[in-house]
Design a protein around this ligand. Sequence first.
Ligand SMILES: C[S@@+](CC[C@H](N)C(=O)[O-])C[C@H]1O[C@@H](n2cnc3c(N)ncnc32)[C@H](O)[C@@H]1O
Length: 470
Amino acid sequence: MLALWRRTALRAPRLAPRTVLWTPRGGLHTPPSAGPGSEELTPLTKHIRDMILATGPITVARYMQLALTSPVGGYYTRGQAFGREGDFVTSPEISQMFGEVLAVWYVMHWEQLGRPERTVFVELGPGRGTLMDDMLRAARRFPAFFATVRGVHLVERSPELRRVQHDRLGCDAKQTRMEADGGAQPVPAQGVSESRGGVAVHWHDLLDSIDLGSSGCVPLVVAHEFFDALPVHKFEKGADGLWHEILVDVAESGSAPVAASGTVRFAGSPPPQPAQGACHFKFVRTRSVTPGAALLLRDKRFDAQFSSGDLVEVSPESARVMVQLADWITRCNGLGLVVDYGQDWTQGDTLRGIKSHRFANPLSSPGSMDLTADVDFSYLRHVAQGRAACHGPVEQGAFLHAMGIQARLEQLLRSARDHAMQKTLVDCYRRLTDPHSMGRVYKVLAVLPSGSTLVPAPFAPQTTADGAAR
Ligand SMILES: C[S@@+](CC[C@H](N)C(=O)[O-])C[C@H]1O[C@@H](n2cnc3c(N)ncnc32)[C@H](O)[C@@H]1O
């Protein structure tokens, strides 16, 4: 491991001002916003309200999808969310060490796969492009590996973030192919990263549109803080023993069904959400069983371990992406890492809004804040069962330590120009690895081809040949 790090002795540490300020995407608790009517409705709030008034309450998943990715002012569509001035800071934005460690993981396993001749990096939800930029920079230190990289595929729906990623990866505008996305300005579809060795960069709305079938390229996939942004359905177990879906209704509506009540607390859950009612929308609970409940909670595990008043969150969109990913990795002999916050079991009440580094009422002012729910890693493994070999999850702190983050920190400390920079580096390292910060709640799941005998680092001590059979 140390030998690998020696080859990545790159440059002076990045001293990002944003590293000084970090609150997890699940930070502090803020009071709800002012009540309905006290502010003008945004186009998105009006859009969702009109939709509900016309056709009735919508699922939490539909609300979340609209709030995050609607072309009418969805949070990620607008794009400017990250960093000190934004609403949250993610691991790659905290320190370059994060992306470098991940790059070393891919290089190590590329070696173990027998050095395939053609590879591509694929990232789901690349945000500002920082993680991919750091990974490419570190990967260039391994010329034999880097020579195999045929391109980068970024799955990103936000037109604004695509532009940010384009610039971050140093793509030359003259060589960029733009495409119309329905908005006023075209968005990047294909470019060349001049600052990262001339690698071709391709953008996609969906994983489905990446076609590697005929290229023979081995995909090296990373999804960092992607699954937590995918919509969840919420259900509450009633006294009748049935699962009732939690829906979103207009707050002024007098015709609401029974209000959602139960709040089961699992270890690791965030604190309770701010009281609802002081915004344009509210949660309500269906009286009858919805098709969503009938379909999504068919699995036996939802019968036994839950009792009246318990809540569960289920993300069919995550299942859809995970199945695609698993099939793809098996078919193309690839490698995948899913890094996110969450638990290895099903939780019930983790949906929250995040705005200005604090918790916010998720139903207040859709489009103005991030919405996120903890990832259920047991669900991801469950849906990938038989399709790919999942390993983990392991805690982020353990993963980064096993992959040599401390050795990298020491290198950077030696090249730091002053004490202040050294202090920042140590601070960032602690944030990424400390169990009380991001080291425990963030977890890493590795995805390998089904039937692969390779046991990836550092998963060896706790995995089986096919991670599904844990
Ligand atoms: C929380 S950010 C994480 C960004 C980055 N991975 C990081 O850690 O800094 C979520 C990313 O996923 C993208 N995203 C969210 N929902 C998406 C969807 N349904 N399809 C494609 N991208 C999506 C967002 O635009 C954003 O780039």
